[in-house]
Design a protein around this ligand. Structure first.
Ligand SMILES: *Cc1c(COP(=O)(O)O)cnc(C)c1O
Length: 383
């Protein structure tokens, strides 16, 4: 291997169990959109189901369909898909027994058309915009949407299996938007119930709300980042503080090691110039692989037992580290990030070094980096 992302499925299962221990009788929807935040959708989905996630969540319908195509059956996991445009595909999704999020009457009409075309009833989750301002029906559109959905349900065309919403600032404890979102969600639920809807699951909580806001757990929580072992609230606590363990380790082997004299420019633009005679090591990962170009001169790696910093610019396929004269060999291991307990940096360290969030660090690891799965088999016992 020149570089690889090692994905520890045992850690992922452990994280799901740690989350389940916090949520009482609520169910877990493992959010596996965006290739499971870069970890690999199908293997992560299977591991999450093994650890007791009864639901899987995706953004676009193609992701949900890929889960069913991989053989994850409705008996194993319900799948909810929430980011729709008029092109659907609505019929294939209804036929694949995927729960569909509906944020407006236009989408409800598409679902009803698909039900008539396929002859199969659908399951939908009505989404309320309680303050995020993204998808979901505004309070003034909610009563009509609820009424139309209830009418379709009464006709036997579909079941409203969920009512839900999404937080804007659950990662900022005490943020003034949190309580009003909860209030509006309860109002949306009351209105749905008054209209005769009896949703099987009411859900609002993403990772930060799963960890910090028990009053937002309702019947189901939707953790994404936390199940991959990263903290959605690094200012409040790291993964270990929540019983979580980072799932992905990004490592590579050095592609070049050489001595250079003082005054040698390094990488495009020569933003780094060696101060003394030194050793330069070349890491075969670049921004095409998701190493942020913003981490130029800043990203940390573990190499030869020490933290080093990216020297100069991150290029498309590679970057350089200055070993300060320490010895190294071509082929030596360099770890960009991992759980952190072998002394390596974490995805959170890379997020800080490049002015972003750990979500983006793991999600952007590109398709050229092979994923290797460890902990695939459950080591004795389940649950
Ligand atoms: C991505 C997403 C989640 C998961 O968010 P995390 O912060 O990663 O837990 C939950 N719900 C919806 C609607 C999402 O889009």
């Amino acid at each position: 291997m020149s570089a690889e992302a090692v994905v520890d499925l045992a850690a992922l299962r452990g994280n799901i169990r740690a989350l389940r221990a916090r949520i009482g009788s609520a169910a877990v929807m493992s959010v596996v959109k965006a290739d499971a935040y870069g970890h690999g959708m199908v293997p992560c989905a299977r591991a999450a189901v093994e650890a007791g996630a009864g639901w899987l969540g995706t953004a676009v319908p193609e992701e949900a369909l890929a889960l069913r195509a991989a053989g994850i059956t409705p008996d194993q996991a319900r799948v909810l898909c929430w980011l729709w445009t008029p092109d659907g595909p609505w019929e294939r999704t209804v036929a694949a027994d995927i729960d569909i999020s509906v944020s407006g009457e236009w989408a409800l009409r598409r679902v009803v058309d698909a039900v008539r075309a396929t002859g199969r009833p659908a399951r939908i989750h009505l989404k309320a915009d309680t303050g995020l301002g993204r998808n979901g029906a505004q309070p003034h559109d909610w009563p009509d949407l609820v009424r139309a959905a209830r009418a379709a349900e009464a006709e036997g065309l579909l079941t409203v299996s969920g009512v839900w919403s999404h937080f804007a600032c659950a990662d900022e404890p005490g943020h003034p938007s949190i309580e009003p979102q909860l209030v509006r969600f309860r109002e949306a639920l009351a209105l749905a119930e008054a209209a005769g809807l009896r949703p099987e699951v009411r859900h609002l909580a993403n990772s930060p709300a799963t960890l910090l806001l028990p009053q937002a757990h309702f019947d189901l929580v939707r953790p994404g980042l936390a199940q991959y072992g990263l903290s959605p609230v690094p200012e409040v606590g790291g993964p270990a503080d929540f019983g979580l363990r980072p799932v992905m380790t990004l490592r590579a082997r050095l592609a070049s090691v050489k001595s250079v004299p003082a005054g040698h420019g390094v990488s495009y633009g020569h933003s780094y110039v060696t101060q003394t005679g030194t050793t330069l090591a070349l890491v075969p990962l670049g921004y095409a692989d998701g190493v942020p170009r913003h981490a130029s001169g800043a990203g940390p790696v573990l190499l030869g037992g020490k933290w080093r910093t990216v020297a100069g610019r991150v290029a498309m396929d590679q970057f350089v580290v200055d070993l300060g004269g320490d010895p190294a060999e071509v082929g030596d291991e360099v770890v960009l990030f991992g759980p952190g307990d072998r002394g390596e940096p974490t995805a959170e360290d890379w997020a800080r070094a490049s002015g972003t969030i750990s979500y983006e660090i793991v999600t952007r690891i590109g398709p050229r980096v092979p994923r290797r799965y460890t902990g695939v088999a459950e080591a004795g016992g389940g649950g």
